[in-house]
Design a protein around this ligand. Sequence first.
Ligand code: PLP
Length: 416
Amino acid sequence: MTSPVWHPFTQHGLGDPIPLISHAKDAKLYATDGNSWIDAISSWWVTTHGHAHPRIMAAIRDQSEKLDQLIFAGWTHEPAETLAAELVRITPAPLTRVFFSDSGSTSVEVALKMALGYWFNIGEARSRILVLEHSYHGDTIGTMSVGERGVYNRAWQPLLFDVDTIPFPHEGLEQTTLDALEAACLQKPAAFIVEPLILGAGGMLIYPAWVLAEMRAICARHGVLFIADEVMTGWGRTGTRFACDSAGVIPDIVCLSKGLTGGALPLAVTLCIEPIFAAHLSTDRAKTFYHSSSYTANPIACAAANANLEIWRDEPVQQRIDALADAQAAHLSLLSHDRRVQNPRRLGTIAALDIVVADSGYLSNLAPRLIAFYRDRGVLLRPLGNTLYVMPPYCTTPDELAQVWDAIGASLDILG
Ligand code: PLP
């Protein structure tokens, strides 16, 4: 019998096999039939310390015996309080408030609602959102609206709201981006949303820290709220705990998810500066921040996130990140002069390259071919069009990483 499961971003009509995974440990996924794979994209960029980290698993077990779920409107629990306090402590001082949700998309939706809620509640008519070209912020209606438009959201265009798009700061064109942002800010938009330093699903496009810092400064000059979507970049991927840290940038709103629980359970937060919270603080109930979902701040997920923060505090996470970043650089440099490779690039633990092929569009058959090739060699990779990237958990061993890059090298050969 065929499975009734309808998978995300999966064209079932191609008939590709769908591996049935029974368990996972560290950087590896295992199937009951004895097959195993190196999870070279951290199960969609969430798994940071590796699968089934004992400390996170223990926290989940402990919490599940105490409190499984609690309505979070007007009620609270210790794991959420601990987590919020710790997040405020480890992020820059102006970020004082933490709003919980359960996915990267919802953390961005919350950020957009906070920004518009702020201007609405202080009585200023600002509602336009500025976005960076090629961005991805999720697949809900609001997050698709502020993301790149393309074949993957064409059917839903009628539901999406208008935004103003700032050109991506390609090398040599940074000033064009900054000038466009400055001009757009003069129109008094509500907010500018960016993925700091690297655009993930848009093609692992990297831009310099000074551009991020300049973009932030322009927004500050014009009073435009600056939203950093650190859903992908957060929790060490780019080399520092948060990408904004390395650029010395303090956003007005920050979105975090994915590695927040070390990748074990769905959870997200949106942190904001005090004036945004204050604009919603009133005896007038109409000024309430009207947003929630049933599982907001689920206690078990919060306990997993607290364990993640303890791992960051007690284990040599930064050393693991540095070592992985160096190893990625070494592997990438070995392939960087290959005639079939273009734009080799790396930021922290994320390495990417573009494969030179005649048909490189998003719908070309390159990605499905490569995915199958890697799957047959015990590696989970999932190229974006002709962009291949490696984003493994920080516990990936040198041998495992070598196996991933060997598979990449071999895959270039099948392309001719
Ligand atoms: N924002 C960014 C930058 C992302 O990379 C993603 C997911 O890849 C999201 C938001 C959406 O997160 P989720 O898939 O958890 O909704």
